[in-house]
Design a protein around this ligand. Structure first.
Ligand code: M6R
Length: 366
């Protein structure tokens, strides 16, 4: 059942080229410039004309929401707020007419997310779901929604569900941007074509496995890790840190790279591994200076860079190359080596990767 892999988590990491493809199969028709999202037909207009989108989720799904915030704001020019479902539900949130709530959940059973949706509904919001499990509570409570179709995810650490959530959210944003006219036709077409190449790019990113394993060997006994990213890669840093924490029990923090100088930089010394997601995008020059700041304090830098980067490898201790893509699609590719890093470190530390202590696959209690 693990398909020859030692753990479900590893199997699910390696399934991603296929699960992303399954997610857009029949929906993304790049040649015709078409996106067919049957799950949001009735509310497509409401979404296009939304004054505001509020995303509610927990954990990894919340990280997917953060990426979606940047995507919706850039592509559709709709203001987005991303809320922890547990915070949203307990503070009498303001929901106005024209607000759309999107709930993201792999299991579709997360108690706080479900309660946040019920609350939003009771205040008159239109609630859309992005779920992996067909027929789950969250999918039933939402007015409409889009399934991620990543297939069953068994490992407690979410991997393929995350990249499928990003795929769905990107498709929704592109659909809305196109209807709304906030994205030029040519750019829309090129993004559809680029999205279609992501499974092959993820496949290539998976080829870093051996190299990542060697790095894992060197850092498996670290007590702390920092993960830094900017822009679209900031949520990737949060997600990388969460993966490491939950399965290897190493304390890790994700930060927007520029926030480092407001506190966490005090932690950096030669003992501190710092994973920097520094792919070539619009914040590239800025992240290069953040790397310099870490190196000046003797931190050990592991950088995720775009293929062919010749500058960063001269500055850091280790580089892992991933194929380049559009800034907004990079999280799907850049997250792969981070999933592998946490997996290998956890295995080397003798941890139960598929069922880490104190955690459940779906958190049905608040
Ligand atoms: O099923 P959900 O997506 O609603 O679950 C949300 C979180 O509990 C989940 O993402 C959790 O953080 C994972 N263990 C992360 O790997």
């Amino acid at each position: 059942e693990k398909g020859g892999f030692e753990h479900f988590m590893l199997k699910e990491i390696f399934e991603q080229p296929k699960s992303i493809k399954d997610c857009f199969r029949g929906r993304l028709i790049a040649n015709d410039g078409k996106l067919v999202l049957g799950g949001i037909r009735e509310y497509a207009n409401a979404l296009t004309n939304a004054n505001r989108i509020v995303i509610v989720a927990c954990g990894t799904s919340w990280h997917a929401g953060l990426v979606a915030e940047y995507i919706f704001e850039e592509f559709c020019r709709i203001p987005v707020e991303v809320e922890y479902a547990s915070e949203f539900r307990y503070r009498n949130p303001i929901i106005s007419e024209g607000d759309i709530v999107i709930a993201i959940s792999q299991s579709g059973e997360t108690a706080d997310t479900l309660a946040a949706m019920e609350l939003a509904k009771s205040k008159g919001a239109i609630v859309l779901g992005v779920c992996n499990v067909v027929g789950s509570s969250i999918s039933r409570v939402s007015h409409e929604g889009v399934y991620t179709h990543a297939g069953p995810e068994i490992g407690v650490a979410s991997t393929k569900a995350f990249t499928a959530q990003l795929t769905v959210l990107t498709m929704i944003a592109l659909r809305v941007a196109h209807r709304k006219g906030t994205m030029a036709e040519q750019r829309y077409r090129s993004l559809l074509a680029e999205l279609e190449t992501i499974p092959a790019k993820v496949e290539k990113a998976l080829k870093t496995d051996d190299q990542v394993k060697k790095i894992a060997e060197l850092f498996k006994d670290a007590r702390n890790f920092l993960y830094l990213g900017r822009g679209y890669n900031f949520p990737v840093a949060l997600e990388g840190a969460l993966k490491l924490k939950e399965i290897s029990y190493i304390h890790a923090e994700g930060y927007p790279a520029a926030e480092m100088k407001h506190g966490p930089i005090a932690l950096i010394d030669e003992e501190m591994p710092v994973v920097v997601i520094a792919t070539r995008d619009s914040s590239y020059d800025k992240i290069v200076s953040n790397i310099q700041e870490v190196k000046a304090r003797k931190g050990k830098v592991i950088a995720i860079v775009s293929e062919g980067d010749s500058l960063i490898p001269t500055m850091v201790d280790f580089t892992i190359e991933v194929p380049g893509t559009h800034d907004a699609l990079m999280p799907m590719v850049a997250t792969i080596p981070l999933q592998l890093l946490s997996y290998h470190i956890a295995v080397m530390r003798g941890c139960n990767v598929d069922q880490p202590r104190n955690l459940a696959k779906s958190v049905t209690v608040e």
